[in-house]
Design a binder for this molecule. Structure first.
Ligand code: SAM
Length: 271
C-alpha cells in the first residue's frame, strides 16, 4: 500500500522539525512541495536528496492525476508546504480528497491499490501563537486569512461576535488595516451595546448619581471585549515579536516603527 505522508515543516527556525519528519522526507520516493525552491533550503540543510515535485494551490487536474498515478503505482510520497502544516491555510485537502476518491482509503477503490494518508505532525503558526498567547485556549476558533473584499465585513463581525478566542493569519501588507477595522467595529459594537443597554437601566438612572455610576461601571466591563489581543510576528525567527494589549496600543506600536511592519503575523483576539 502506498502512503501519502502529510509532513509538518518549520515556520521559521529550521531546527523545528521532528526526527520522524526528517526520516520520512529522506525515505519517500518523492516530496511534493508547494514551492520547490523554498523546500530546497530545508532539504539542503539536512542533506536530504529525495527528488521533489511541485504541487501548489494552482496545480491543475493533470498534476493531480500524475500524483495519483504515482500512488497507484505504489510510490510513497510526502507533501510539504512552504512552512508549517500542509492543509492549514495551505494546499493539501484537495489532493487528499482526490487520492481517497480515486484510490480509496484502507480498502482501495476502482480496482486500484489503496492509499494510506499519514500525518507527520509538526509546527503550525496557529498553535505556536496560541501556545504563547496567555489567552485561555481550551476552546478557540481559527478563521485563516480574512477575505480581501467580498465577505470581509461579515468575517470581521464573526471575529467580534465570537464566544471563543479567534485566531487569524495576516500578511505584512494588511496587518494595520485589519487591526484598524477591528478597532472600528469594536467601538461601534460597544456603542450599540450601550445604546441598547441604557433603556433597561432607567429605574437606576431615576435613582440619581449612584445609579449612573453603576451603569458606567457595568458597561466598562462589558463593552471592551477586545482588550486582550495578541499579535505574533515572525514566530521562531530572529525578529520574533509579540504585541499584547488593546487593538489601539498594538496598532500604535506597529505604526511607530517600519521594522514592526515586516514579516508574517498571527492575530489572536481574546474574549
Ligand atoms: N501552513 C501554515 C501553518 O501551518 O501555519 C500556514 C501557511 S499560511 C499560507 C501563511 C501564514 O501563516 C502567514 O501569512 C502568517 O499569517 C502565518 N505564519 C506562518 N509562519 C509564521 C511565523 N513564523 N510567524 C507568524 N506567522 C506566521
Amino acid at each position: 500500500m502506498a502512503t501519502l505522508y502529510i509532513v509538518g515543516t518549520p515556520i521559521g527556525n529550521l531546527e523545528d522539525i521532528s526526527m520522524r519528519a526528517l526520516r520520512i522526507l529522506g525515505e519517500v520516493d518523492f516530496i511534493l512541495c508547494e514551492d520547490t525552491r523554498v523546500t530546497r533550503t530545508l532539504l539542503e540543510h539536512y542533506q536530504i536528496k529525495t527528488p521533489t515535485i511541485s504541487y501548489h494551490q494552482h496545480s491543475g487536474e493533470s498534476k493531480e492525476a500524475e500524483i495519483i498515478n504515482l500512488l497507484a503505482g505504489g510510490k510513497n510520497l510526502a507533501l510539504v508546504s512552504d512552512a508549517g502544516t500542509p492543509g492549514i491555510s495551505d494546499p493539501g485537502g484537495k489532493l487528499i480528497q482526490a487520492a481517497l476518491e480515486k484510490l480509496g482509503g484502507e480498502t482501495g477503490a476502482n480496482g486500484y491499490s489503496p492509499v494510506k494518508i499519514e500525518s507527520v505532525p509538526g509546527p503550525s503558526a496557529v498553535t505556536a501563537a496560541l501556545s504563547i498567547s496567555g489567552i485561555p485556549t481550551d476552546k478557540f476558533v481559527f478563521l485563516g486569512f480574512p477575505p480581501h473584499k467580498k465577505g470581509r465585513q461579515t468575517f470581521l463581525k464573526k471575529i467580534v461576535a465570537s464566544e471563543w478566542p479567534v485566531v487569524v493569519y495576516e500578511s505584512k501588507h494588511r496587518i494595520l488595516k485589519l487591526l484598524n477595522e477591528l478597532r472600528e467595529l469594536t467601538d461601534k459594537t460597544a456603542n450599540d451595546e450601550i445604546k441598547n443597554y441604557l433603556p433597561t437601566c432607567l429605574p437606576d438612572r431615576q435613582a440619581g448619581q449612584a445609579g449612573e455610576l453603576r451603569i458606567t461601571n457595568k458597561k466598562q466591563n462589558q463593552s471592551n471585549p477586545l482588550t486582550s489581543v495578541v499579535v505574533c510576528r515572525e514566530l521562531s525567527k530572529m525578529h520574533e515579536t509579540v504585541y499584547r494589549g488593546s487593538l489601539e496600543s498594538i496598532m500604535e506600536k506597529i505604526q511607530s516603527d517600519k521594522n514592526d511592519q515586516k514579516g508574517e503575523f498571527v492575530v489572536i483576539v481574546g474574549k
